[in-house]
Design a protein around this ligand. Structure first.
Ligand SMILES: O=C(CO)[C@@H](O)[C@H](O)[C@H](O)[C@H](O)COP(=O)(O)O
Ligand SMILES: O=C[C@H](O)COP(=O)(O)O
Length: 932
């Protein structure tokens, strides 16, 4: 066997291997090279790990062992394996390191390429990797970018061995060489040792020729008059560039400045030739080794180059040979306008990008394997999309990958949306790991709550819908109270809850982020009075400093739980707003977060968009909306049905604004494919144990887009909270809106407030004149608009007749939310859907005002609304207020109807008459109207 590689090492160029792979290490490949070829080092980079881990199953055992220990992020899952490989390679090289007294025997591990622009992050990561690998013969690789320079200086000062990578130009090399010197000098100044600190400067070779040669070939083909001079430079510039760098190195180590450090024991930063596999097959495959041999250098070779050199390399001191000729080559390149500086600048950027791309591919691959290994610990999602949408989603995910959306979202980068204050609204990400509730004493509170028979939650929207989902899907624990959610001003509904409970045996949870929302304030006043002012039975959940906090303190509430001001209401279920009520009813919040964690990690900033379930879903929702499929139709198995109300608020309030966005459609019974227009996307939620309804598959077959989500058990519902929060934020980025504001909810609140204030003054609401009426109901139109007929059914017919494809019909009832009313609403929806094949939505007021109301007012102006009111009987008065609950409810209906009309929606109000047949009469009239 040839000993050319050994000779190469003896000639001063250390032989390093540019390759790592677990199987190779396990089979003793590296040890063999050390023994037979005098190998003294190893380098790795993101592309190398991508090749090693991306294909095959070598790493699967390692991944599953790691995932078995604890759930972990994709980055940690990958990194744990990379560190094991690097440690193993370092151990194989340890005898070399010991034998050479630390002069060689190193293994390199690169910091994340995503950090190439961040000095502080690079320093932090390098320190972390140094500690984690815990081997003296590790070199941490740091890119020699602008941000990398100061990091290198600091890390050398720390005493960490550094391999500076991605060096292409003389300037960049000289800058990092000086950073290295400065780092050592800083140590000397502090009286710290400088011996034993190793560094290499990785100067890339073949990539330069690949670019220069391409330029030369184009110009020659184009008949450049300097064709001969250009051709003479082919395959020469990269080597000349490397030789010039070495010449500068020689000057540096001869300088007084360096000699002082040398006297203190410092080792020089060797030049390492990287990218030494030839790219042009016309060149000898040992070109970038043969030509770059000289003292105190390193050549890191891919296996094929190493094999080639072993067979036919030439060992000769070439680096210091023909230096003048090298300078001439560089001068010629300059004279001929080949723009080496431009090329090297671009190569740095391309290099960072290509390592980032490799890291994306690697992390994407690991994410895929992780999903398989997690099995049903992670909720499944399966998508069936029509071709055009599938293409658009694919393209969006690729854009999102190259623009680093997942990392940017996790870093709260507002430029992902409209660049306003979005970055201040991402507290829900940390909350999903349980961070927001940690230390709030939920376990003790859960224990205390067991003395109550009932728990009544008073709150709206983000403060009520999440807790309702948790209580309806998971139920109360043994011995813990039952939860009743009151998010209404409807007197019947309030009485339904107030009637059966004994306030002394009831825990009241007053929940309002702002602490100033009207409904919970009125409900608080009502139940405070009913309880006889029992502070021990009340707890408050609110943001710090709110009006509710002041009330809770004044009235001696048993507990005050603070929310995070960086979490908007609809994103707050995994913070105290969801978890305090959950704890109160005996849900083990610790176990809940543990069950949620796999999705939080799957949706992590380190998981590229295509493999990231939250980003995938967000891309689907966003692209579908852009293509006119903006009605997200929620279908669920019976047990998961309560999720829809929470989802409605999240989607509608986050995306429905500026005339754009997604209108969620919940509780509309599943129909046949022809019942639906082309404006739908379907989301199905089911438990693995439940049967999927027939008909779902028919929708997919008919070309409707469907995402099917399956949970192994109900306790995994927290995963859907997080998946959909991420997806909604991403859809917002695709649609181009701020998913964290709700500009139109406020308008309805203002309109209501005006009416209620007027009532408090005058004792009555302003009179209105119906446009038509019959024995059962009267019809009102905003602004008392003129209508063509006085026949209510005819007016309803005209109202619905304006529906065209892509529109939707809405039924908004300011009534008790009960089964009978819900059933009647469903009947009206189905009648309209059957007649016009449009999407239909329904909501109970004022509950929907804090949820879908945003999209109805601010979203696409294609809604056709019927608002239903009645005079409550009996009404309920609110202690300390002139206006009763019933009056407030009517005021809310009238105020919102006016705002809807002002936003260009078609809207009519139907007032059910006292003594009439109620909602069934309207059901009949609607059926007659749409059939007529
Ligand atoms: O460690 C280093 C440099 O320190 C090497 O792994 C370096 O990244 C590689 O040699 C290059 O990335 C390979 O470049 P190329 O052959 O793909 O052009
Ligand atoms: O979703 C939010 C609702 O409008 C309620 O807001 P709040 O929690 O500040 O009372």
């Amino acid at each position: 066997m040839s000993d050319l590689l050994k000779q190469l090492g003896e000639a001063g160029t250390a032989v390093w291997l540019d390759f790592v792979d677990r199987k190779y290490l396990k089979e003793g490949g590296l040890k063999k090279l050390v023994a037979e070829d005098g190998l003294t080092g190893v380098t790795s980079n993101p592309s190398i790990f991508e090749k090693a881990m991306g294909a095959g199953d070598t790493y699967d055992a390692g991944f599953s062992e790691f995932l078995g220990k604890a759930d972990a992020s994709v980055q940690d899952t990958y990194e744990a394996q990379a560190i094991l490989d690097i440690q193993s390679a370092a151990d194989d090289l340890r005898p070399v390191y010991d034998r050479l007294g630390g002069k060689d025997g190193y293994v390199s591990l690169e910091v994340s390429p995503y950090l190439a622009d961040g000095t502080e992050e690079t320093i932090e990561e390098a320190r972390r990797l140094w500690k984690a690998v815990d081997r003296p013969n590790l070199m941490v690789k740091v890119p020699g970018t602008k941000a990398g320079g100061p990091a290198i200086r600091q890390l050398i000062e720390d005493g960490i061995n550094i391999n500076v990578t991605l060096l292409f130009s003389q300037e960049a090399y000289q800058a990092v060489a000086l950073a290295f010197v400065e780092g050592l000098e800083a140590r000397v100044k502090k009286g710290e040792a400088v011996d034993g600190i190793a560094s290499v400067a990785s100067f890339f070779v073949s990539r330069i020729d690949a670019q220069i040669d391409k330029k030369i070939d184009t110009r020659v083909a184009d008949g450049d008059p300097e064709a001969d001079a250009l051709k003479a430079l082919r395959g020469k510039v990269a080597i000349a560039n490397a030789k010039a760098a070495y010449a500068w190195y020689e000057e540096l180590v001869a300088s007084d400045r360096w000699q002082k450090l040398k006297a203190a024991g410092a080792m020089p930063q060797r030049l390492l030739w990287a990218s030494t596999g030839v790219k042009d097959k016309a060149y000898p495959d040992t070109l970038y080794v043969d030509t770059l041999i000289g003292p105190d250098t390193v050549n890191t070779m891919p296996p094929a180059t190493m094999d080639a050199f072993r067979e036919r390399g030439t060992v000769k001191q070439t680096l210091t040979e023909n230096v003048d000729e090298a300078r001439h080559v560089l001068a010629e390149a300059d004279r001929l306008g080949l723009d080496l500086p431009g090329i090297t600048d671009k190569l740095v950027l391309d290099g960072v990008k290509s390592f980032a791309d490799a890291a994306d591919a690697l992390l994407g691959g690991v994410a895929g394997k992780r999903v398989k290994l997690l099995g049903d610990r992670l909720n499944a999602a399966e998508e069936v999309l029509p071709e055009a949408l599938a293409e658009a989603v694919k393209a969006r995910l690729e854009t999102a990958r190259s623009e680093a959306w997942s990392r940017r979202l996790w870093k709260a980068d507002a430029s992902l949306w409209t660049g306003k204050d979005e970055g201040k609204w991402l507290g829900w990400i940390a909350a999903a790991r349980g961070d927001q509730v940690a230390g709030q004493g939920l376990e003790a509170f859960a224990g205390e709550a067991r003395r109550f028979k009932h728990a009544v939650l008073l709150g709206m929207g983000g403060s009520s819908l999440g807790p309702e989902v948790l209580s309806l899907i998971l139920g109360s624990g043994e011995g813990s109270p039952r939860l009743h959610v009151l998010d209404t001003t409807d007197p019947d509904q309030i009485a339904k809850v107030a009637g059966p409970i004994d306030p002394k045996e009831t825990l009241f949870i007053v929940s309002s982020k702002s602490g100033s929302t009207m409904e919970p304030e009125l409900l608080r006043a009502y139940f405070w009075d009913a309880s006889g002012g029992q502070g021990a039975n009340f707890v408050a959940v609110t943001d710090p400093g709110s009006k509710l906090e002041a009330t809770a303190r004044k009235d001696g509430y048993a507990h005050l739980f603070h929310g995070d001001p960086q979490i908007g209401g609809r994103y707050s279920v995994l913070s105290v707003f969801g978890m305090v009520p959950a704890a109160a009813i005996g849900i083990d919040t610790h176990a809940f977060f543990e069950a949620t964690a796999p999705m939080v990690f799957s949706c992590g900033g380190d998981v590229p968009p295509a493999e990231n379930p939250g980003f995938r879903l967000g891309a689907i929702l966003g692209e579908a909306a852009l293509a006119g499929r903006n009605k997200l139709t929620i279908l669920t198995s019976p047990q998961l049905a309560p999720l829809g109300s929470w989802l409605e608020q999240l989607i509608a309030e986050s995306t429905g604004k500026q005339g754009r966005g997604i209108v969620p459609v919940d509780l509309e019974p599943l129909g046949a494919p022809e019942d639906y227009g082309t404006d739908r996307v379907f989301a199905w939620f089911g438990l693995a144990s439940e049967e999927e309804p027939d008909g779902l598959e028919a929708l997919a077959e008919a070309g409707h887009p469907i995402v099917r989500i399956t949970l192994a058990r109900p306790e995994l519902i927290g995963q859907e909270f997080f998946r959909w929060e991420i997806a909604t934020a991403v859809a917002g980025a695709v649609i181009g809106i701020d998913p964290f504001d709700q500009p139109d909810v406020e308008d309805a609140k203002v309109a209501t407030r005006k009416l209620v204030d007027a009532y408090e003054q005058a004792g009555s609401l302003e009179d209105e004149t119906p446009i038509a009426h019959n024995a059962d109901f009267a019809l009102f139109a905003p602004g008392n608009a003129e209508f063509a007929s006085a026949d209510p059914v005819e007016l309803l017919r005209l109202h619905f007749a304006s529906l065209s494809p892509g529109d939707y019909a809405g039924f908004l009832a300011y009534l008790e939310r009960n089964e009978a009313h819900s059933g009647d609403m469903t009947d009206m929806r189905l009648a309209v859907r059957e007649a016009y094949q449009v999407a239909t939505v329904a909501g109970f007021g004022p509950r929907f005002l804090h949820s879908t109301g945003q999209a109805y007012k601010g979203g696409p102006a294609v809604g056709d609304f019927l608002v239903v009111t009645r005079d409550p009987d009996p009404d309920l008065s609110v202690p300390g207020h002139r206006a009763s609950f019933g009056t407030v409810q009517i005021a809310q209906a009238r105020g919102d109807t006016d705002v809807l009309a002002a936003r260009g929606q078609r809207v009519m109000r139907v007032h059910l008459k006292k003594g009439g047949r109620g909602l069934p009469a309207l059901v009949e009239a609607v059926a007659a109207a749409v059939q007529g």
